[in-house]
Design a protein around this ligand. Structure first.
Ligand code: SF4
Ligand code: SF4
Length: 173
C-alpha cells in the first residue's frame, strides 16, 4: 500500500482504504518474490539515485554495525524513504528497511532520553519541595523557641520587680 517505491507490505487484506491511501499495488507471487541480497559492490548507484544527496551505502554500513549515531551524522533524518536507492541497487540490499530500523531505534532512544530527563526533573522538584518543607519547619521551631525565651525573660523580669517592691514595703519608715 502506498505505491511501488514508498509503499509498505500489508500483513493481510483486512486493511481499510482511507483518505490518505495514495495507492494499492497488487503483485503476483513471482513479482512479489524478494531477491536474495548480496554484498555491496560499491558501485555508487544508490548515491546517484538519492534525491536528497545522501550516502545510502555508508549509512547502511553504519547501521549494520549498530552505529546509529554515525548514520545519523550522515543525514539519516533527511532520508525521505523514497526507495530509489534500494530500487537501483544491483545487490538487492534492503537499504530502506535499514533506514526505517535505524530511525525507529533513534526515536526510541530520543523518547527514552526525554523520559529520563522528565524523571530527573520530577526527582529534583521533589527534593526541592522536601528541602523547603524542612527549612520552613526549622524556621518555625526557631521562632517558637525565641518566643518562649522572650516570654520566660518577661516573666522573670516581672517576678524580680514584684520581689523588689515587696522588699521596699518591709523596710522601716
Ligand atoms: S547501489 Fe547497492 S551495491 Fe551499489 S554501492 Fe549502493 S548499496 Fe552498494
Ligand atoms: S530512501 Fe533515503 S537514502 Fe534512499 S534514495 Fe531515498 S532519500 Fe536517499
Amino acid at each position: 500500500m502506498g505505491g511501488p517505491m514508498m509503499g509498505s507490505i500489508l500483513p493481510h487484506t483486512r486493511v481499510p482504504v482511507v483518505k490518505g491511501t495514495s495507492g494499492i499495488l497488487l503483485l503476483n507471487a513471482g513479482e512479489a518474490a524478494e531477491s536474495e541480497s548480496e554484498a555491496c559492490i560499491r558501485c555508487g548507484r544508490c548515491i546517484k539515485a538519492c534525491p536528497m544527496g545522501l550516502l545510502p551505502l555508508e549509512m547502511s554500513a553504519r547501521i549494520r554495525n549498530d552505529d546509529m549515531d554515525g548514520a545519523s551524522n550522515l543525514g539519516l533524518s533527511d532520508c525521505i524513504a523514497c526507495g530509489c536507492c534500494a530500487y537501483v541497487c544491483p545487490s538487492h540490499i534492503p537499504l530502506v528497511q535499514y533506514f526505517y530500523h535505524a530511525k525507529g531505534d533513534l526515536s526510541e532512544r530520543q523518547r527514552a532520553l526525554l523520559r529520563s530527563e522528565a524523571t530527573k526533573k520530577l526527582a529534583q522538584q521533589r527534593q526541592s519541595r522536601l528541602e523547603r518543607a524542612a527549612r520552613e519547619r526549622a524556621e518555625a521551631a526557631a521562632l517558637r523557641k525565641a518566643q518562649r525565651a522572650a516570654q520566660q525573660a518577661s516573666e522573670a523580669a516581672s517576678a524580680a520587680n514584684e520581689a523588689s517592691d515587696a522588699g521596699k514595703q518591709k523596710e522601716p519608715a
